[in-house]
Design a binder for this molecule. Structure first.
Ligand code: FAD
Length: 395
């Protein structure tokens, strides 16, 4: 029940970090609340940025995604003014995404870690991080048999997401900057082949609809949804009819329907914890910053931060001084805020964000007109397209 680095959470952040620490010969252990099969089947992200692939390549963690992932470089916008495509893979820096479901990446990372002799404890829930301002922090846990335990560490890596113990254990000096975009999505996974060979973004008066391939058999769809409504409020038929309408299937071709195998509501909100270091407790991934899924940045930031943190911990543990850890927060925050800024822009592009009821100036009409002008600029300006491409695939 001790390690130099105790890593909380076996998501992309925790598992990339643990693999890199293990490869550097650092004594570490991962504590994960869920069981192994839950961790390996939780469907979430799918679009990996080129920088994420480069990081995973650099550390020999990308075999699976090269074997089974597919590159992707086109998105299609559908609006009341027609549709247009952006081949972002040949714009900006000429880079593409790799589509590889997050649960497959997590499975690869876990297998690699265990094969290399890594230590992980499933069904072990971190309750709190203690004494993070000292040199001997520890984590209290609930073990699989329900009994309490204590894990001693020199450093605790908080990679346990937005509702984890790391965030709950922050000192009052931590600042959480939060922004609610004011819209919600019904996130769907359909057992149906993709309906178009591009990411589809439909901007419609009834609200946004999105289409993203996950595999030849499974497609993710999103529908802007009433805040507070239950995920089960709409029947499958109503969902497909609404997707048809918003994606203008009558004009641009039918959607390939299939059973909805997963659904959930996501309120589009984001936040950033500053700084990412609190003594011996270091935050990475969603624990550090939450981005709304509109621009698909979360998993990519998690991998990037894990690599930076692994380097800083290795340097600190080898050199005995923590200058590298001092730099960690600022290094990541610069990237986090770039990702937040683009996500904010993208969210504004895609949604009819309702004006406050009390706004007498016709604010929502004004917003809709701005959105239309923004889409028109994206359709016609090469400079705007290059900017979009660079930010869309970048972290
Ligand atoms: P997580 O993946 O959340 O992992 C945290 C781990 O910690 C979990 O395994 C959890 O069980 C564990 N844990 C939690 N609490 C405790 C505790 N107390 N003790 C021990 N363990 C604990 N991002 C993209 O880049 N591209 C996309 O296309 C994209 N699409 C998304 C779609 C949806 C519907 C959602 C919800 C998210 C999407 N994201 C996307 C975001 C992305 O999934 C997250 O940003 C990413 O999972 C963050 O990784 P992480 O390792 O920080 O956290």
């Amino acid at each position: 029940t001790a390690a130099d680095v105790v890593v909380l959470g076996a998501g992309p952040a925790g598992l990339v970090l643990a693999n890199l620490l293990l490869a550097a010969g650092i004594d570490c252990v991962v504590l994960e609340r869920a069981d192994r099969s839950h961790v390996q089947t939780r469907a979430r992200a799918g679009f990996l940025a080129p920088n994420t692939v480069r990081i995973l390549d650099r550390h020999g963690l990308a075999d699976g995604l090269h074997r089974h992932g597919r590159t992707h470089g086109t998105c299609e916008f559908r609006t009341g003014d027609g549709r247009f495509r952006l081949d972002y893979g040949s714009l900006g820096r000429g880079e593409v995404h790799t589509v590889y479901p997050q649960q497959n990446l997590v499975t690869d990372l876990l297998t690699h870690y265990l094969d290399a002799g890594g230590r992980i404890h499933f069904e072990t829930e971190a309750l709190s991080v203690h004494d993070a301002d000292g040199a001997r922090p520890y984590v209290t846990t609930r073990e699989p048999d329900g009994r309490p335990a204590r894990w001693d560490a020199r450093y605790v890596a908080g990679c346990d997401g937005r509702h984890g113990a790391s965030r709950r254990s922050l000192p009052p000096t931590a600042v959480r900057q939060h922004h609610d975009h004011g819209v919600s999505w019904l996130g769907l996974l359909a057992e149906a082949p993709p309906s178009l060979d591009a990411v589809g973004y439909a901007v419609h008066d009834r609200g946004f609809a999105g289409h993203m391939a996950r595999s030849p058999q499974v497609t993710r769809y999103y529908l802007q949804y009433r805040r507070g409504a239950s995920a089960d409020a709409w029947s499958e038929e109503r969902i497909w009819d609404e997707l048809d309408l918003r994606m203008r299937a009558a004009e641009h071709g039918p959607l390939r329907r299939g059973p909805i195998i997963e659904r959930g509501v996501v309120d589009l909100a984001c936040d950033v914890i500053e700084p990412l270091r609190h003594g011996s407790l270091l935050l990475a991934g969603d624990a550090a910053s939450l981005t709304a899924p509109a621009a698909a940045k979360g998993a990519n930031l998690a991998v990037l931060e894990a690599e930076i943190l692994a380097g800083a911990l290795a340097e600190t543990l080898a050199a005995g001084d923590d200058a590298a850890l001092d730099r960690y927060s600022a290094q990541c925050l610069a990237r986090i805020w770039r990702a937040q800024e683009f996500t904010q822009w993208m969210t504004g592009l895609l949604h009819a964000i309702p004006a406050p009821d009390s706004d007498p100036s016709g604010g929502s009409f004004f917003q809709a007109s701005l959105r239309r002008a923004r889409l028109d600029s994206l359709r016609t300006s090469r400079a705007h397209q290059d900017w979009f491409a660079e930010n869309y695939v970048g972290v």
